[in-house]
Design a protein around this ligand. Structure first.
Ligand SMILES: Cc1ncc(C[n+]2csc(CCOP(=O)(O)OP(=O)(O)O)c2C)c(N)n1
Ligand code: SF4
Ligand SMILES: [Mg+2]
Length: 256
């Protein structure tokens, strides 16, 4: 019997179900990975706004490369880092579409920095979801621009040395000082209250686009338990103790 055919016994009610914007395909994320939380939150927001039939997502290269499988939405697969350029083309060609990109820190803050900065500076009317997990997850845990000083990765086995590799790049702070963006916020996915705040931020970002208000980006601080070589629980504790001091949470720009 498929889950859809399961009958609910008398006296019980359904309290949790899959958002319509999510497909029933299993994700390819590791157990405990916060990409899964971000993926679901976006689907919930799209359902809530009733925009499923006009939304187009842009999948990145990274652990979310198969994002198009996980949603019941139209999708475009962008080359590594090019999502904001693809989003610009889609939105300008058809302004009725609701366009969002979903990008990791390798994708958005390394190879795609230029596309992101210029799209933000132009105030393009689409939504960017930026997953800052301080590492290149998909390719085996190399240093990202967001990696913390002293953090061990496969390319910084003795810890990131700022003298030779630079400092953590705070993309949200960078974009917030531009005139173009409407809304830049940084939230975290490490516990339930912060997941609720992240959902609210995503709702604001998509609502801004719906109202034609321009460029919105939601940075979500996340963990990569597999490459951190930690349990998901320990990885979340590490986020609170190590990552959040370097990446303070809150709205960095709200243009009325
Ligand atoms: C042009 C190009 N350069 C490099 C790569 C290799 N590559 C694939 S994913 C990735 C990094 C992904 O890291 P991130 O964007 O942080 O995503 P995560 O896997 O951490 O979610 C790299 C360097 C590629 N696919 N294309
Ligand atoms: S490698 Fe890291 S970021 Fe990628 S799916 Fe696994 S835990 Fe998540
Ligand atoms: Mg990453």
């Amino acid at each position: 019997m498929s889950p859809a055919e399961t009958t609910i016994p008398q006296g019980y009610g359904k309290v949790f179900s899959r958002p319509q914007s999510l497909s029933d395909a299993p994700t390819t994320y590791c157990p405990g990975c916060l990409h899964g939380v971000a993926t679901r939150l976006i689907a919930e927001v799209i359902d809530e706004l009733g925009i499923k039939d006009r939304t187009v997502g842009i999948a990145p290269v990274g652990c979310a490369v198969f994002l198009y499988r996980f949603y019941n939405l139209d999708f475009v697969q962008a080359s590594h880092g090019r999502a904001c350029a693809v989003a610009t083309g889609l939105k300008r060609a058809n302004s009725d579409l609701m366009v969002f990109s979903y990008q990791g820190d390798g994708d958005l803050a390394a190879i795609g920095t230029a596309e992101t900065v210029h799209a933000a500076n132009r105030g393009e009317n689409f939504t960017v979801v930026f997953i800052n997990n301080q590492i290149y997850g998909m390719t085996g845990g190399e240093m990202a621009p967001t990696t913390l000083p002293g953090q061990r990765t496969t390319t910084t086995p003795r810890g990131r040395d700022v003298a030779s590799t630079g400092y953590p790049l705070r993309i949200s702070e960078m974009l917030a000082q531009l005139d173009g963006p409407r809304y830049i916020t940084r939230q975290s996915l490490h516990d339930a209250p912060h997941i609720a705040k992240s959902r609210k931020a995503l709702l604001t970002a998509f609502s801004n686009q719906l109202e034609g208000k321009g460029f919105s980006m939601v940075e979500l601080v996340a963990a990569c338990p597999t490459n951190f070589k930690m349990s998901p629980d320990k990885a979340n504790k590490w986020l609170v103790e190590q990552a959040l001091p370097a990446y303070p949470l809150g709205d960095l720009k709200v243009k009325e």
